[in-house]
Write a new protein. Structure first.
Length: 470
């Protein structure tokens, strides 16, 4: 996941970056950081914790400048260590270079080994530093950031949306398959890039468009320029952005996430209707799915669970114990709504199943007569290697389990997952333009230890497989 932001604005950027990251806090809760450039110097602050815990007014005042980048971290590659907190900051031949990254490289270990073989020392365990190393080396050879991005797109395998700051200039680029989102907007006195369009809404900025897969965006005091570095014959947009990750009010690759989730709910009702008395979401990502189910069924939508807004997303907490213990703190049933009622409970997904079981147990404890579970994604049967910290196959409740066994394990009266075909149709994208490896075990890129990529991808510009030249 992770949330990234880059802004060039003559009115100053520290507060705008802070507010933009606040809009993206749902994408990561481990750490936060901001780096700005001002008059030949960089100013930086980063630490582990939520954005509001890492920054205050005095810290933001010190982050002067009209160019800056920021990051909210959700860990995939790289342990929960302070040195992995981004932005990563470097000096290079008298220049300042900083980078933030959302995604996950599947050839990270190979690239690290190549660089270490040639004497490069890494200070972190995150794959973002590998991207920085590739860019830095090419900058020393050619002096061209565009050439460096071309090299990245030729040798990096996996998912990456990257924002880099070289002195007072922002460079943003997205992998040729567009696996992770990246959007472009106009601020009052400049331009910005961010993971989701809601970051722009928060600032009153104008959402212009999505950064195209394989595109490089350059932003400086003179304005904006765009270059298509590499283009594939189709994309591999992350399907889970629409199911869970993105905020419902975000526009991801031209599609409003709320509308996708509402259509998922409508299709769930068509596939598995229930004679129940109320439709209730598991907040928050189940909310708009439940709206669609309620509209299609005519059964009243009523909140059976209230979320404590001061508890973060349990899915992205670092350990299973924390996730399970957080359920009671995060969700409290409304006894007056659910007592003696037959409830259709709507959630976005089931991963390990332990959280779903705890929620259903809570509903019964507070008096629900029946709990019918409806899920806005198909069964998750495989890990994700492209930016989602899903567990191993053995930990996934849907791995090698029959439908009735899953229903029994979570103690639901009935269970239905939306079909993959209906889910894809709800996004409005072609099946070949989406990545749903966690649902099918078929990935858009070759994964070590997995079957070869299930689909052939041609690249119009350059080559996806290129060896480093030292």
């Amino acid at each position: 996941m992770c949330g990234i932001v880059g802004i060039v604005d003559s009115g100053g950027v520290s507060l705008p970056i802070y507010y933009a990251l606040y809009a993206l806090q749902h994408r990561g809760q481990e750490s936060a950081g901001i780096t700005t450039y001002d008059a030949g110097k960089i100013h930086k602050h980063k630490a582990q914790g939520l954005l509001s815990e890492v920054f205050d007014q005095e810290i933001l005042k010190k982050l002067t400048g009209r160019t800056g980048i920021g990051h909210i971290r959700y860990p995939t590659t790289g342990e929960n260590r302070p040195e992995n907190t981004q932005p990563l900051n470097f000096t290079l031949k008298g220049h300042y270079f900083s980078i933030v990254h959302n995604g996950n490289l599947v050839n990270n270990d190979v690239l690290v080994a190549d660089y270490e073989e040639h004497g490069h020392i890494f200070a972190t365990t995150t794959d973002s530093e590998v991207i920085a190393a590739i860019i830095a080396r090419e900058l020393t050879l050619s002096g061209s950031m565009e050439d460096a991005v071309v090299l990245c797109m030729r040798i990096l395998q996996g998912s990456y949306s990257v924002i880099a700051m070289l002195d007072d200039t922002i460079y943003a680029f997205r992998d040729p398959l567009g696996i992770k989102p990246l959007t472009l907007g106009r601020t009052e006195h400049g331009y910005m890039v961010a993971s989701e369009s809601v970051a722009m809404d928060t600032l009153g900025a104008t959402f212009m468009r999505d950064v195209k897969p394989g595109e490089l965006i350059k932003i400086d005091e003179h304005g904006i320029s765009c270059r298509q570095i590499m283009k594939a014959n189709h994309t591999a947009l992350c399907l889970f952005e629409y199911i869970y990750f993105a905020r419902s009010d975000s526009v991801i690759d031209g599609v409003l996430v709320y509308d996708v989730r509402r259509r998922i709910g409508e299709q769930l009702q068509r596939e598995a209707p229930v004679d129940a008395e109320m439709i209730s979401p598991v907040p928050d990502s189940g909310m708009s799915i439940a709206v669609g189910y309620s509209e299609a069924s005519g059964i009243p939508f009523k909140e059976g669970l209230i979320k404590n807004r001061y508890i973060g997303r349990t899915f992205i907490m670092p350990t299973q114990t924390l996730r399970e213990n957080a359920v009671r703190m995060k969700l409290n049933p409304i006894r007056g709504h659910i007592q003696d009622k037959s409830v259709v409970l709507i959630d976005d997904s089931i991963v390990r199943g332990t959280t779903s079981r705890r929620i259903i147990d809570l509903m019964r404890e507070f008096g629900a007569r029946e709990v019918h579970f409806r899920v806005g994604s198909p069964p998750i049967r495989a890990p994700c290697y492209l930016g989602v910290d899903l567990p191993t196959r053995q930990e996934l409740i849907a791995h090698n389990r029959e439908h009735d066994d899953i229903c029994s394990a979570i103690a639901a009266d009935s269970l239905h997952y939306v079909s993959l075909e209906a889910l894809i149709a709800a996004t409005g994208h072609r099946p070949e333009d989406l990545c749903y490896g966690c649902l099918s075990g078929c990935y858009p890129v070759s994964i070590p230890g997995e079957h070869a990529a299930c689909r052939h991808i041609d690249f119009v510009h350059g080559s996806y497989q290129t060896e480093l030249q030292f």
